[in-house]
Design a protein around this ligand. Structure first.
Ligand code: GLA
Length: 418
């Protein structure tokens, strides 16, 4: 018979191995997709403490913070060198007071601070990576008061992605401060299949660039960047993998960085329809009124942030238009018609053509043959009648090129939340 000592030792070993095989991540940081701003799309490596402070101020004064944009994320190229003990320091020319001072300022404005690192030897901008320093870096971020880590995937030859992201997730857990983990390995190892217990969001695409519909290729195809339409097309296939706590990330927003107003509107709408992270990428200090109106459309933001947490469905294509539906709480639906072409298209809408049940994710159905919905235009902010139970053309809709028409449909019996 085994002694009590050897039995309890076996139990302890079992408990330990069970504990270490179960990933632990900070919960409830991503019940809805994260919202914020990042340095990368607009500033790349030309960043500084002054820019971060200015953006934090603009975030508050423009009303963006109160609309839900919380994180101010410092992307690549903030780095100086590791000190004698191996702890990473910020570039003293860009951040003369260090990251902790920036975190304090950002927190004093009611916002949160994000930082960036990479699982490899070096970041994509050739700064020191976290390889071999994962626990040390996590401790440093926690000490500084960081709230969000974007973890990139450059210079990771021979590293196993599952192991690498699990390692940093464990390190963030051990460091003891709740830090959001935004995984950025561009979908190469299908993170949607394995990362829901490791990170809070994962990139599904290569980098976005400020263009509605084309791929930009570098180094003979070694590296490419996607336009808005390519990001949508790819992300579209992954809706069953997203939900409260873990989101598909088709990359940061390019609204306000040079596309036309209608393209910016379509881009923003589709990110909301896909329950994507809303990480702004424009200069908030100098943005136009048109940009402000797009990113501050609270009714559209509510579509993204709906607590049901279902990524929208690309139901069908007709007459060159794409028809997207996103189920929302209280029996409501967001319904968007996207025009991916450059010419205006008019469509005769019969609600009965869109009776369907979302079998793949929510199991909810539109039931246009039995439920009447009020129709509210999410961009003109006007009521536009109601759906019809009859099998007939109900209305003619013109969707301009590279633009959307987007409606909130509320069942007539249910109380509107507004
Ligand atoms: C990669 C990421 C980008 C950005 C840059 C920084 O390309 O995908 O989002 O963080 O690195 O160098």
């Amino acid at each position: 018979m085994k002694s009590l000592k050897s039995v309890s030792l076996a139990c302890a070993v079992l408990a330990l191995s069970t504990a270490s095989s179960h990933a632990q991540k900070w919960e409830h940081l991503a019940d809805t997709p994260q919202m914020g701003w990042s340095t990368w799309n607009r500033f790349q490596g030309n960043i500084s403490e002054d820019i971060i402070r200015g953006i934090a101020d603009a975030m508050v004064e423009s009303g963006l913070r109160d609309a839900g944009y919380t994180y101010i994320n410092i992307d690549d190229c903030w780095h100086g060198e590791r000190n004698a003990d191996g702890f990473m320091q910020a570039d003293p020319a860009k951040f003369p007071n260090g990251i902790a001072a920036v975190a304090d300022y950002v927190h004093s404005r009611g916002l949160k601070l994000g930082i960036y690192s990479d699982a490899g030897t070096h970041t994509c901008g050739n700064m020191p990576g976290s390889l071999g320093h994962e626990y040390q870096d996590a401790i440093q971020y926690a000490r500084w008061g960081v709230d969000y880590l974007k973890y990139d995937w450059c210079n990771t030859r021979d590293i196993n992605p599952r192991g690498a992201y699990r390692l940093i997730s464990d390190a963030l857990w051990a460091a003891g401060r709740p830090i959001f983990l935004s995984m950025c390995e561009w979908g190469d190892s299908y993170p949607w299949r394995w990362a829901s217990e490791v990170g809070h969001s994962w990139r599904t695409t290569p980098d976005i660039w400020c263009c509605f519909d084309s791929v930009r290729v570098f180094d003979g195809g070694a590296y490419s960047q996607f336009g808005v339409m390519q990001c949508i097309q790819f992300n579209d296939t992954l809706r069953r993998y997203a939900g409260p706590g873990y989101w598909n990330d088709p990359d940061m927003l390019e609204v306000g960085n040079g596309m036309s107003e209608s393209e910016d509107r379509a881009h923003f709408t589709m990110w909301c329809m896909m329950a994507s992270p809303l990480i702004l990428g424009n200069d908030l200090r100098t943005m136009s009124e048109a940009t402000r109106n797009i990113i501050l459309n609270r009714e559209m933001i509510a579509v993204d942030q709906d607590s049901l947490g279902v990524q929208g469905l690309h139901l069908c294509d007709r007459n060159g238009l794409q028809f997207w539906f996103k189920p929302l709480t209280c029996g409501r639906w967001a319904f968007t018609i996207l025009n991916p072409t450059t010419t205006d298209i008019t469509y005769e809408l019969n609600w009965q053509d869109f009776n369907f049940t979302d079998e793949e994710v929510s199991r909810l159905g539109t039931g246009f043959d039995s439920t009447v919905y009020t129709v509210y235009n999410l961009w003109s902010h006007k009521a536009e009648g109601k759906t019809s139970l009859k099998n007939k053309t109900d209305r003619k809709v013109t969707v301009p090129g590279h633009d959307v028409v987007s409606w909130l449909l509320t069942p007539k019996a249910a109380k509107s939340r507004k």
